[in-house]
Design a protein around this ligand. Structure first.
Ligand SMILES: Nc1ncnc2c1ncn2[C@@H]1O[C@H](COP(=O)(O)OP(=O)(O)OP(=O)(O)O)[C@@H](O)[C@H]1O
Length: 246
């Protein structure tokens, strides 16, 4: 039987009497590759922040059965700050070493190995202010991976990077998923999501669909995107013909 890794029941979240998320229910299983799509303001980042524990005052229950690695949408710190790439990646092990402990040789080695795996070892000593958007995105991924997460959560990994960097990121994610990692990402690139992930969640305050990507139909997308759909997705019906190997 497949192992349930995340279980969300009757989740609602309000800010000052405004409903941001309403009565959301879903389960995510080990090794799922999930894409969360929805228009601007649909509540995608809010849902992610609840899953990673940044927002706590929600209604309902959220059970997570594993360690989460998080790649947020925006920089968490000023990139003009003089800090080198490997030091940013090391921050991913902050919980492991604690406030007063020092990083050991094994921590530096781990950072180097993961940067190597992500093809950014050459950036090891470079100041973060000197990295391109795509390089910085992979460094954020390295920081999330050094903690050995069971679940990787990414908020718009393709934001601000060119199509080549986007392809690199998705191919890394596919490899990680093949190795057993559960991956959840938020994206506005519907075509890419439909090609790459296994499970799609369509969110617009409520969860309008949660199904295998190969079973997605134009009607599922229309429920959340209305008439701009043609501009967003360059695929004719049926969506089932989308090839995963493109
Ligand atoms: N702290 C807050 N106070 C007031 N409103 C908020 C707060 N946080 C989020 N919202 C509102 O909640 C809604 C959902 O925001 P959220 O960032 O989760 O959407 P999103 O789907 O990630 O959007 P986008 O695709 O534009 O990034 C938006 O209308 C936003 O303005």
């Amino acid at each position: 039987m497949r192992e349930k890794i995340i279980s969300v029941k009757d989740l609602s979240y309000n800010v000052e009497n405004t409903e941001i998320l309403k009565f959301i229910n879903f389960d995510i299983y080990k090794n799922d590759f999930v894409g969360i799509i929805g228009p601007n303001g649909a509540g995608k980042s809010t849902l992610i922040k609840i899953l990673v524990g940044e927002i706590k005052n929600y209604i309902g229950s959220v059970n997570i059965n594993g360690k989460i690695g998080y790649v947020p949408q925006k920089d968490e710190f000023d990139r003009t700050f003089p800090i080198r790439a490997f030091e940013v990646a090391l921050m991913g092990m902050y919980n492991e070493v604690g406030v007063f402990k020092r990083y050991k040789k094994k921590h530096y080695e781990k950072v180097r190995n993961i940067m190597k795996m992500l093809d950014i070892e050459y950036l090891y000593n470079r100041n973060v202010g000197k990295l391109s958007g795509g390089e910085y995105q992979r460094l954020s991924l390295a920081r999330a991976l050094v903690s050995d997460p069971d679940i990787l959560i990414l908020d718009e990994p393709e934001a601000g990077v060119d199509s080549n960097a986007q392809k690199i990121i998705y191919s890394i994610l596919e490899d990680l998923n093949k190795k057993g990692m559960t991956i959840i990402l938020v994206s506005h690139d519907i075509s890419m999501v439909l090609k790459k992930v296994n499970t799609v969640m369509c969110l617009n305050k409520t969860l309008h669909c949660h199904k295998n990507s190969i079973d997605m139909t134009s009607d599922d997308l229309k429920k959340i995107y209305s008439e701009e759909l043609e501009l967003l997705v360059h695929i004719d019906k049926p969506l089932k013909v989308v090839s995963r190997n493109d």
